[in-house]
Design a protein around this ligand. Structure first.
Ligand code: PLP
Length: 386
C-alpha cells in the first residue's frame, strides 16, 4: 500500500481526465490546424478546454495560451515581455526570494542579458509584504512577479494587494503571478487583482504532465518563445498537445466542481496529521500557516534532531511518499531556499518535510503517517543520542 502525500510535486491523473486523453488519442486524433472535420473536432476540443481554463481565473478564452508546463509559462512571461520591450528603457525586475526555480533561474538568465533584478525577502512567517515589493519598484521596472501559493510552505501571498497597488501607479509595471500551486484550487480573479500574466500547470491538478498555460491579458504585447507554424495565434508554435489540453480541461472542470469538498477533505487530513503527531507527543514545528494565510493542502513540518533525508527513508519503508525540504543536512547550499529566506534555524532547515494532499487522501492515511513518522523520529533521535 502506498500513501501519497506529495501532491505538490505531482498528482495522479483523474479517471475522467485519463479517459478523455485516451479518447482524443484514439478517436479525435486530428491536427487542430487541419481543415477537414477530424481537424475541426480537435480544434473544438482545444477551444472547449480554453474556455474552462478561462473560467477558473475570470479571464476570456482568448487570453489563455496552452504551453508545455508551468516552467515554460514562467519563462515565456518573463522572456517574451523582455523581448517585446527590448527597445524600451525598462530593464528592472522585482521578484521574491521564495519563487520556484522556474522564476529564479529565468530572472537570472535575464540578469545575464543586462536586466537588474531586485529579490525581495519574505517575513519570518513566509508571507511577502506587498509594501516590501512595491518599495523596490522604480521608473525602470518592467515586471513584478509574485507567486500565489508557495510550493514548499503553502503560504498564500498578497497578490490582490500587489496587483492593485501596481495598477494604481502612474507608470505601467506588468504583474506576473505563478499560480501553479493555486490554479483551480483557490479562487483567482485576474481582472479584479489586476494581473497581466498568470502561469498554471496541469499535472498539479490531476491532468497529465506536459501541459500548462499562460494567461496573457488582452492588449499586453509579448513575443513568442517558439516560432514556427503559428499555432496559438502565432504565440506558441508547435502542434497542440490535444490529448493533454483536453485532459487539462476535464481536470479543471472537476477541480472547480469539487473545489469545496476537496478543500474540506484536505483540511481534515491536514488536521488529522497534526493532531496525530501531537498525540504521539513528539516535538515538531510547523513552517506553514494554519490560518487564512495558508492552504490546507501543503504542510511543512520540522522535526529537529531527525534529518529529513533519513526520515524520508524510514517513511518510504512504510510506503509513505513525502518531500524533503532539504536534500542533505550537512550542506547549507542544498537547504530549501524558501525556508532559508524565512530565516529558520539550522536544525529546522535540516529536518523539514513537506506533506501535500489531494482530495483523495483520507484521515485514516494521516493517522497512519503520524504513527509511522513519530516512530521514525523517536528512533532517529534515539540513535543520535547514543
Ligand atoms: N511554479 C511552482 C510554484 C511550482 O510549484 C512548480 C512545480 O512544482 C512550477 C512552477 C513548475 O511547474 P512544471 O512542473 O509544470 O514545470
Amino acid at each position: 500500500m502506498v500513501i501519497y502525500f506529495d501532491n505538490s510535486a505531482t498528482t495522479q491523473v483523474s479517471e475522467k481526465a485519463a479517459a478523455k486523453a485516451l479518447e482524443v488519442m484514439r478517436q479525435n486524433y486530428g491536427n487542430p490546424s487541419s481543415l477537414y472535420s477530424l481537424g475541426l473536432a480537435a480544434e473544438k476540443i482545444v477551444q472547449d478546454a480554453r474556455e474552462k481554463a478561462a473560467l477558473a481565473i475570470g479571464a476570456q478564452a482568448e487570453e489563455i495560451y496552452f504551453t508545455g508546463c508551468g516552467t515554460e509559462s514562467n519563462n515565456w512571461a518573463f522572456k517574451g515581455l523582455a523581448e517585446a520591450n527590448r527597445k524600451g528603457k525598462k530593464n528592472h525586475l522585482v521578484i521574491t526570494a521564495i519563487e520556484h526555480p522556474a522564476i529564479l533561474q529565468t530572472a537570472k538568465a535575464l540578469e545575464n542579458h543586462g536586466y537588474q533584478v531586485s529579490v525581495v525577502m519574505p517575513q519570518k512567517d513566509g508571507r511577502m509584504k506587498a509594501s516590501d515589493l512595491l518599495a523596490k519598484v522604480k521608473e525602470e521596472t518592467l515586471l513584478v512577479s509574485c507567486m500565489h501559493v508557495n510550493n514548499e510552505t503553502g503560504v498564500i501571498q498578497p497578490i490582490a494587494e500587489i496587483g492593485c497597488a501596481l495598477a494604481a501607479l502612474s507608470h505601467k509595471v506588468y504583474f506576473h503571478v505563478d499560480a501553479v500551486q493555486s490554479f483551480a484550487k483557490l479562487p483567482i480573479d485576474v481582472k479584479k487583482n489586476k494581473i497581466d500574466f498568470l502561469s498554471a500547470s496541469g499535472h498539479k491538478i490531476h491532468a497529465p504532465k506536459g501541459i500548462g498555460l499562460l494567461y496573457v491579458k488582452k492588449g499586453v504585447r509579448i513575443l513568442p518563445l517558439l516560432n514556427g507554424g503559428g499555432q496559438e495565434k502565432g504565440m506558441r508554435s508547435g502542434t497542440e498537445n490535444v490529448p493533454g489540453i483536453a485532459a487539462f480541461g476535464v481536470a479543471i472542470a472537476e477541480a472547480l466542481a469539487q473545489r469545496k469538498i476537496r478543500m474540506q477533505g484536505m483540511q481534515a487530513v491536514c488536521e488529522a496529521l497534526c493532531t496525530g503527531l501531537q498525540k504521539e507527543q513528539i516535538e515538531f514545528y510547523s513552517n506553514s500557516q494554519m490560518d487564512e494565510n495558508g492552504v490546507p493542502y501543503i504542510l511543512n513540518l520540522s522535526f529537529p534532531g531527525a534529518p529529513a533525508e533519513v526520515l524520508l527513508h524510514y517513511l518510504e519503508q512504510d510506503g509513505i511518499c513525502v518531500s524533503a525540504g532539504s536534500a542533505c543536512s550537512s550542506r547549507k547550499d542544498i537547504f530549501s531556499h524558501v525556508l532559508q529566506a524565512m530565516d529558520l534555524p539550522k536544525e529546522r532547515l535540516a529536518s523539514s518535510l513537506r506533506f501535500s494532499f489531494s482530495g483523495s487522501n483520507t484521515v485514516e492515511e494521516a493517522q497512519i503517517v503520524a504513527k509511522s513518522l513519530a516512530k521514525a523520529v523517536r528512533e532517529i533521535r534515539g540513535l543520535r543520542m547514543k
